[in-house]
Design a protein around this ligand. Structure first.
Ligand code: BES
Ligand code: ZN
Length: 596
């Protein structure tokens, strides 16, 4: 265990650490407010008289010692940008529990309160949370840093026509009275606290897996995610037992700002993964992989974010390879390299945010959550695999997850474990794996793994034929999957005539695609070439989908020209109220949007 100071938390877990949380809250859709009590169980290591917690936009009503003991003085500190306010509570060295009566603010950043019109059913409201990275403190007073772990239990009361689910043991049917009880017996960091409330139904997909979704979507979701059990088995065969009992997925309304979020026992997912052909399920492999990399062995601070995401992308690709084959996984790897190169280009190849180990002190940790952690992290681990061979590498990773299960890890801690257990002073390996250059140096180091997918070679042949004048409709694309199309779209020439745009769209129906990834790869061309027939679909997409990755890329592209910026602002004015705060904070900055 480490005692690194977390630059994004007011807590002092070295002195007093919270070991268990009991949440007793009522979900009030009318007031858009979550209110009740949080009882924290303490381990006072140093006999301290103060407990420091993180809060942001919370109203603290009363703090008592024990469950219903005497009231104790508490103080909310000054507001600090991004971090919120420290809550300082007077305790004694003997205090075992404190109970905080509180309620949230309607614009709590972690919470999105949806109108019925933003759901598939259109009749009932919906609430979901997004706690990562430092938003748990906007709905629960807690020690909100990834270096602190606690178990939790909860009692949630809501309308009796809705179901509540959490990152914990979950119901599969609605209760009569709208009261739900939860428990999470494994210790987790606060960023994995999660709650969703809505008109939900459940459908099983395997012995320990299933999906939650609105009733009209649950069959479609269960069909799409049918391979979940196979993925769990593949993951276990690689890196050891799945330690969280069940693995379920909830398919949320389209305003969910991420593709997926690895909330333990219950991955939160965007409905845009429901492509109808199972082609986007690597997202489930990714979130499932976090059950080891991230949820079991957790980055100590957000500066070590690559330990969560880089390992997870690596593990995701291994699961995909095992379930769907090497050819499939190599397409994913080459797309990862393209993403990485694009991000390094955007940031600049000497930018400190292109280091794996980040320095996010004084900034919103969101700023460090770029493709660097994901894909530079992935290629670093792949480099090690290629240098030592799969057999040794897999044994090492398995022992790493085992040795540090339910603990936190720093970048430095991982490197010394790597040196001690795998490199062991071997000069040849030291040379092949320039650790410092990858971890503390910029850009993509020389000698990075090279990926050449044969399938993408076939795509390039067809692309070249088209560039040389072949009509789109005559290209050999019959057996192409989503990933072939992504490679095709990403590698189209930057200059395209109106006739060429129309030729492509008429032959392949990109603007009509029901696949979010294909649309998101097509729209940049639509924008760059002012291709009018594509704009209706673009506007519909921006109005309907809240996934930040897509919105960020498309609004940025629109903002490149004055006309585009004007169009972006018009769309955004209508779309913004439907986005989650995580997404609109990012887009506000891109469009220089002032609340008006
Ligand atoms: N944990 C992340 C999502 C996240 C990162 C939330 C940082 C808040 C801050 C999740 O595992 C993730 O990486 N999601 C990706 C999908 C994945 C397939 C790369 C996403 O949402 O795009
Ligand atoms: Zn992830």
């Amino acid at each position: 265990m480490t005692s690194t100071r977390d630059p994004h938390s007011f807590a002092k877990p070295d002195e007093v650490v919270v070991t268990h949380l009991h949440l007793d809250v009522t979900v009030d859709f009318e007031k858009q407010q979550l209110g009740g009590t949080a009882t924290l169980t303490l381990n006072n290591k140093t006999g301290s008289n103060k407990l420091f917690l993180d809060t942001r936009d919370l109203t603290i009503e009363r703090v008592t010692l024990g469950k219903e003991g005497p009231e104790t003085p508490s103080l909310l500190g000054d507001v600090v940008q991004f971090l919120g306010q420290a809550l300082t509570i007077d305790i004694t060295p003997q205090t075992k529990e404190v109970t905080i009566a509180y309620h949230t603010n309607p614009n709590a950043a972690a919470l999105q309160w949806l109108e019925p019109s933003q759901t598939a059913g259109g009749k009932k409201p919906y609430l979901f949370t997004q706690s990562q990275a430092i938003l748990a403190r906007t709905w629960v007073p807690c020690q909100d840093g990834p270096g602190v772990r606690m178990t939790y239990s909860a009692r949630v009361k809501t309308r009796s026509d809705l179901m509540a689910v959490m990152s914990a043991t979950n119901p599969t049917v609605k209760t009569e009275d709208g009261v739900y009880e939860f428990s999470m017996p494994q210790p987790i960091p606060s960023y994995l606290l999660a709650l969703a409330v809505g008109d939900l139904a459940f459908k099983s997909t395997g012995p320990r897996s299933g999906v939650y979704a609105e009733p009209s979507m649950v069959d479609k979701a269960a069909w799409e995610l049918e391979d979940t059990e196979k993925m769990i088995e593949a993951a276990e065969s690689l890196y050891g037992p799945y330690r969280w009992d069940r693995y379920d997925v909830i398919v949320l309304p389209p305003s969910f700002p991420f593709g997926g979020m690895e909330n333990p026992r219950l991955t939160f997912a965007t409905p845009t993964i429901l492509a109808g052909d199972r082609s986007l399920v690597s997202l489930v492999a990714h979130e499932l992989a976090h059950s080891w990399s991230g949820n079991l062995v957790t980055n100590a601070t957000w500066n070590d974010f690559w330990l969560n995401e880089g390992f997870t992308v690596y593990f995701e690709h291994r699961i995909m390879e095992q379930v769907y084959g090497r050819t499939y996984a190599e397409m994913l790897a080459q797309l990862s390299m393209q993403d990485l190169q694009a991000t390094i280009n955007d940031l600049g190849s000497t930018h400190p945010d292109t280091h794996l180990k980040l320095n996010l002190g004084g900034r919103d940790p969101d700023e460090g959550m770029t493709d660097i952690a994901y894909n530079k992290g992935y290629f670093f681990l792949r480099l090690i695999e290629e240098a030592v061979g799969r057999e040794k590498w897999d044994a090492f990773l398995k022992s790493y997850f085992d040795a540090f299960a339910f603990k936190t890890m720093t970048t430095e801690g991982f490197i010394s474990y790597l040196r001690e257990n795998l490199i062991r002073g071997n000069k040849n390996l030291e040379e092949k794996i320039p650790i410092d250059r990858w971890v503390s140096g910029p850009g993509l180091p020389e000698g990075a793994p090279e990926v050449r997918s044969g399938e993408f070679g076939r795509v390039e042949e067809q692309l070249n034929a088209w560039k040389n004048g072949a009509v789109a409709g005559t290209l050999a694309t019959k057996d192409w999957t989503t990933h072939h199309w992504l490679h095709f779209l990403r590698n189209l020439p930057s200059e395209l005539s109106p006739e060429q745009m129309a030729d492509l769209d008429e032959a392949f129906g990109f603007s009509r695609s029901g696949n979010s990834e294909i649309l998101a790869a097509w729209f940049p061309h639509v924008i760059a070439h002012s291709y009018q027939p594509g704009y209706t679909a673009l506007e519909k997409f921006l109005m309907g989908v809240g996934r930040r990755k897509f919105l960020k890329a498309l609004y940025t592209k629109l903002a490149e020209t004055p006309e585009g910026l004007e169009r972006a602002r018009q769309i955004y004015r209508k779309a913004r109220p439907g986005y989650h705060s995580v997404s609109y904070s990012t887009i506000d900055a891109i469009l220089k949007w002032e609340q008006r």
